[in-house]
Design a protein around this ligand. Structure first.
Ligand SMILES: [Zn+2]
Length: 206
């Protein structure tokens, strides 16, 4: 791609660094911004910079938050007995969109994957065990991808929690959800949370 302006070229290259954005799309976005008032473009870039600088991670569940404690943990109408363990904040959003789950969450920040160099010590596992021990949580729902890494993580967590008086369940499987929770349609995901199984049943299915 040949540019007559180095400024345009730089902006296109920045957009093209984003996932799923090729050079052509990047150029289209840049040309769109060029047509806008400079105040609107300023608003756009301010919003991005502010989001990156000011975002916090909830000290209870590690979800993204504008404050020290996220709105889900701060809510008084949520069920304190239930904690749903997920890989990432995208999974929290996917499950929240179903509007069928009223418990709390715990975001691991990844799953155990030796190939990618991710071990248990890099994940938010210690805080989960602490929460279960101290907050009287009665059920931990494992809502992780049905992959080897997801299973390894479930197995590891279940060992860590085994001496605590907590029931461990997994979201129902056998329904295609493509490996990542966020791709499941809302009905399917809601059903798989509703029809969750005790961990023993999940292990037997394998
Ligand atoms: Zn939280």
């Amino acid at each position: 791609m040949i540019f007559s302006s180095a400024l345009i070229e730089t902006a296109v290259n920045e957009f093209a660094r984003l996932p799923g954005i090729g050079k052509k799309t990047a150029l289209r976005l840049v040309l769109h911004l060029l047509k806008q008032d400079s105040s609107q473009v300023q608003q756009f870039s301010d919003a991005m910079a502010r989001m990156r600088e000011q975002i916090k991670f909830c000290s209870h569940c590690h979800n993204v938050s504008d404050d020290e404690i996220c709105s889900i943990c701060a809510s008084h109408t949520r069920n304190d007995d239930l904690v749903c363990v997920v890989e990432s904040i995208r999974d929290v959003m996917a499950i929240e969109n179903t509007q069928q789950y009223n418990g709390r969450y715990h975001v691991l920040g990844g799953i155990i994957s030796p190939i990618d160099g991710v071990g248990p010590e890099q994940l938010n596992i210690h805080t989960l065990v602490e929460r279960v021990r101290e907050k009287g949580i009665t059920e931990v729902i494992m809502a992780l991808s049905p992959t080897i890494e997801g299973d390894t993580t479930i197995y590891y967590l279940s060992k860590k929690l085994k001496d605590l008086p907590v029931k461990i369940t997994t979201i129902a499987r056998g329904i295609a959800f493509g490996g990542e929770l966020e791709y499941a349609d809302e009905m399917t995901l809601a059903r798989s949370i509703f029809n969750r199984l005790p961990l023993e049943n999940y292990v037997q299915q394998k």
